[in-house]
Design a protein. Structure first.
Length: 188
């Protein structure tokens, strides 16, 4: 049991900490207020961002195996969080190339990780993975992302411009503060 606990805690190594999540919406993947959702907690990791999850049986495709759409959601969500953490901007997926290597089980701890591989002013590329506790990659995704200005985001979200500005302040300010108090995203 000691070995399993240590591997589960791979994201909680010294120097890593939970990313503040003040997302005001009802996001299926990350909102702590969505009782039907995944309720992912994000952690800073040496290469970007990670999460530990145990998928519930209601997220099955076949019994005992996570539905492919849930797997895609995990990979997409961790990728957007690593971008939001590193760039303090909202990004939207423009392309996602999923690779499903092995069945992703439900009811067991999984490690979900994301890292940024390329960035430019308005675009980024990420790689995200789902691993078991033996660190075998079960699924992987390379994604392309774009960021838009406040007006475009307001249109996409169907919300007024002021809502998006408030969201940015309330969501990104705590993340920025956490970065500052630790001297940035640095990992010992």
């Amino acid at each position: 049991m000691e070995q399993v606990e240590k591997k589960i805690d791979v994201i909680g190594v010294p120097g890593t900490r939970e990313v503040p999540n003040n997302w005001p919406g009802n996001c299926f993947a990350c909102s702590p207020r969505n009782s039907m959702g995944l309720q992912m907690k994000m952690y800073y990791t040496p290469e970007g961002c990670g999460s530990r999850v145990v998928l519930r049986p209601e997220f099955c495709g076949f019994d005992g195996i996570a539905h492919g759409g849930i797997v895609a959601t995990l990979l997409d969500e961790i990728a957007t969080w690593v971008l939001m953490i590193e760039r303090s901007q909202l990004f939207v997926t423009s392309k996602a190339n999923m690779s499903y290597y092995r069945p992703v089980p439900v009811g067991v701890p999984l490690i979900v990780e994301g890292r940024v591989t390329r960035t430019s002013r308005n675009q980024a590329t990420t790689v995200s993975t789902i691993k078991n506790l033996d660190e075998v990659i079960l699924a992987e995704c390379e994604s392309s992302w774009i960021t838009r200005g406040i007006d475009a985001l307001a249109k996409i979200m169907g919300k007024p411009r002021e809502y998006v500005k408030k969201l940015r302040r309330e969501f990104f300010d705590p993340i920025e503060e956490a970065r500052k108090t630790s001297g940035g995203i640095s990992y010992e």
